[in-house]
Design a protein around this ligand. Structure first.
Ligand SMILES: [Zn+2]
Ligand SMILES: [Zn+2]
Length: 344
């Protein structure tokens, strides 16, 4: 049994899971990790740290686990205090004393994980573990959308044709919106074309249209933020969903557009446990669509080699499968069935 420990910037090391389980602090319980998806945030943390990261740390916050009675769960990646004004207002992702799994506490890049009992969400019958790994990113989208005035037919512009952009588009259609994805990397558009075609989604390299009711920023490029302000309609709404590159400059002329247009900008960081619970029926009804976003399912030993790939933003979702021998499982099938190359 192994685990991957982030010991410093760009230092993810594989080591055996300690024989003796650590004495559970608070209400944490030991689980077997079945699968853990690799998030772009994991790769960013590996590359440059993160506000909420404490070294050394086992990363991973998009996991499916199993207890010793064989019960499978998804995991809301946090432990909140329950007492601060944010917790009491039902916004526990903003908790003053939050401990985010994979950031402040060890996460799912390990055969075994010690997790807060209160963060578990039971997996329904009929949901496979790979689709269940999407509960966290879908929950994040639900948290972001909750802050926007959604209504069927509203026009949504999504910046970024990566995994998050595509998940947002699939969820937006499910919510009755009319999404358009904008992705400036032509190679990435080529890569996701089979998926766009399979899902009937549209992705453009650019658009002059500035009448979008809603805009979602699902990429870290700060120019996307600038363009979002330009392209949102008067009275429209921007979701500041992805953190953007640090220490870039935004023109005040541009910010004045927020004033003239009476645009609303809402931040979204992580999600509440209820958002993740709300994601579950969506996962069950969108297994096929979400399955298209899986780049490859790989053994956990490959995690250190994966992070630079994930950081590049050129790939879709990688999932680490901790159940042992991958041969004969549907991993290969998953990664090839929509014609994408398996790079690992
Ligand atoms: Zn994530
Ligand atoms: Zn709190």
């Amino acid at each position: 049994m192994i685990r991957m420990v982030l010991k410093g910037i760009r230092r993810l090391e594989t080591e055996p899971v300690p024989e003796k389980a650590p004495a559970p602090e608070d209400d944490r319980v030991q689980f077997d990790v079945l699968a853990c998806a690799v998030c772009r945030t994991d790769a960013k943390m590996w590359d440059q740290g993160h506000r909420d990261l404490v070294f050394p740390r086992v990363p991973g916050h998009e996991m499916v686990v199993q207890d010793d009675r064989g019960r499978r769960c998804m995991v809301w990646p946090g432990k909140s205090c329950g007492a601060c004004p944010y917790c009491r207002a039902g916004r526990e992702n903003l908790c003053d004393d939050i401990k985010i799994t994979g950031f402040h506490a060890d996460g799912g890049f390990s055969h075994r994980a010690l997790l807060p009992a209160g963060s578990l969400i039971p997996m329904p019958d009929g949901l496979d573990i790979y689709t269940a790994c999407f509960a966290e990113p879908v929950g994040c989208v639900i948290n972001a959308f909750e802050k926007m005035p959604l209504a069927p037919g509203k026009r949504l512009l999504i910046f970024g044709g990566g995994t998050m952009g595509l998940i947002t588009a699939i969820y937006a259609r499910h919510a009755g919106l009319d999404p358009l994805i904008m992705e400036k990397d032509a190679a990435k558009i080529r890569k996701i074309r089979p998926i766009l075609e399979a899902l009937g989604l549209t992705c453009v390299k650019e658009t002059q249209d500035s009448r979008f009711d809603l805009v979602m920023i699902a990429c870290p490029d700060h120019t996307a933020f600038c363009q979002a302000v330009t392209q949102v309609d008067k009275g429209g709404h921007i979701s500041f969903f992805s953190g953007i590159t640090k220490n870039e400059t935004v023109e005040t002329n541009l910010l004045n557009l927020v004033h003239y247009k009476e645009a609303v900008i809402s931040g979204a960081y992580g999600m509440k446990k209820a958002d993740m619970e709300e994601a579950v029926p969506f996962l069950v009804s969108h297994t096929r669509e979400l399955g298209l976003l899986i780049e490859a399912v790989v053994p956990p030993e490959q995690a250190p080699d994966l992070l630079p790939r994930v950081l590049s933003g050129k790939h879709l979702k990688y999932i680490l499968d901790f159940r042992g021998d991958l041969h004969g499982r549907d991993a290969g099938h998953r990664s090839c069935r929509h014609g994408l190359q398996t790079h690992v």
